[in-house]
Design a protein around this ligand. Structure first.
Ligand code: GLP
Length: 251
């Protein structure tokens, strides 16, 4: 695992954008796995800036998002479809046909999940998967539990996730109780994984996920078993790691 500690959120966003930009430049037809949440907003802004400066071309890129709330229309302002259009897809030259987000508007979970997993396989798998981390250790919407969910599935959100995400809705009652998410197995099949975390509120989960035991109770901890993970964290999120000053280390 490569750990890159940078000063602040802006530096984290640029550093992570560099990793994604390098992937696109190396293979213009790469398949990116994308994430939502507050953490990646800055890195998407950096990628949009690179595109506008003529340094990045998304015309051949294919994307698969990690997850989507079940029961929200695709144009709902809190849907991840909407988030991705606003933060990236509508601002760059990506072909909408090559962008994929689980269909939260379709209540038929078996169909949505099987189709999504098949689409990832048909595209040839994911080259680089971007991940944020929930405060409870979730990746995608794979919540803490007694086992790792393998493939894309319909999951119940943890109370802690409903609470954390309620900041974006008018009340906690508005937060959907279920989501479609790539499974841990889907995520682990990606060739490379890029994890971003920022702020003191993520310090405990960063330490537990990357330096604690591998356990389904902290789903992100499974990433310790992946052979190509880059973790980009700012100093606050790295503050509980030993020797957490800005710099980079291979562990
Ligand atoms: C959400 C998403 C995750 C995201 C996480 C952290 O619930 N499903 O993919 O990584 O929460 O979000 P944030 O970056 O806003 O802390």
């Amino acid at each position: 695992m490569k750990v890159i500690v940078v000063k602040d959120y802006a530096a984290m966003s640029r550093e992570a954008a560099n990793v994604i930009a390098a992937c696109v430049k190396e293979n213009p037809a790469c398949r990116l796995g994308l994430a939502t949440g507050s953490t990646p907003e800055g890195l998407y802004a950096e990628l949009v800036g690179d595109y506008k400066a003529g340094q990045l071309d998304f015309s051949q890129v294919t994307t698969f998002n990690l997850d989507e709330y079940r029961g929200l229309d695709n144009d709902h302002e809190q849907s991840y479809h909407y988030f991705m259009k606003k933060n990236l897809f509508d601002a760059v030259n990506i072909d909408p046909v090559r962008t994929h987000v689980p269909d939260g508007a379709n209540p038929n979970a078996a169909v949505v999940c099987a189709r999504y997993e098949a689409a990832i396989d048909a595209a040839g798998g994911i080259d680089l998967q971007l991940l944020g981390i929930g405060h409870n250790g979730h990746i995608g919407f794979n919540e803490p539990g007694t086992e790792f969910p393998k493939l894309t599935s319909c999951v119940d959100l943890a109370e802690s996730t409903i609470f954390a995400n309620s900041r974006l809705f008018s009340s906690a009652d508005e937060v959907p109780r279920q989501a479609y998410t790539m499974g841990i197995g889907t995520i682990m099949k990606a060739k490379k994984i890029l994890v971003v975390a920022s702020g003191a509120g993520k310090a405990t989960v960063v330490r537990n996920a990357f330096f604690g035991p591998v356990t389904p109770f902290v789903p992100a901890s499974v990433l310790q078993l992946h052979h190509d993970v880059t973790l980009v964290v700012d100093e606050e999120a790295a503050s509980l790691l030993e020797g957490s000053v800005a710099g980079s280390a291979d562990l």
